[in-house]
Structure formats: C-alpha cells, structure tokens
Design a protein around this ligand. Sequence first.
Ligand SMILES: [Zn+2]
Length: 65
Amino acid sequence: MVKKRTCNIDACGREAVRSLASDRVERSGLKVEGEKRAYLCKQHYKEFKKRTKKDRKIERLKWGI
Ligand SMILES: [Zn+2]
C-alpha cells in the first residue's frame, strides 16, 4: 500500500505531487511545516516555481546582468 502524502504548506492538505528540500521551499517564502522534505501539491508547486523564478530575476537585477 502506498502512503499518500499531503501538501506540507500551512493549511493546505491537498494531495502532494512533488517533494523538495524544505529549506529551498522556505527560502521561496512559502511556509512549510516540520520535516526535511517538503511535499507540495500541484498548486503550491506552481507557486513555488513562480516564486523562485521571480527570485532569480531579482538576483539578476541586483547583479546587473
Ligand atoms: Zn498545497
């Protein structure tokens, strides 16, 4: 039997589709509960990708590249 994971983001609880290192997720500004791995549902994974993309853009601006 496969244990289903649920999304670790605060007050979400949907089915998780991705697992990532939680510190990476936290750096993107999403609040993760506990554990070393963060499990994200489809929606929060999308949000995570959006946020990390934004971060990269900000960094590029900062360094003037
Ligand atoms: Zn979620």
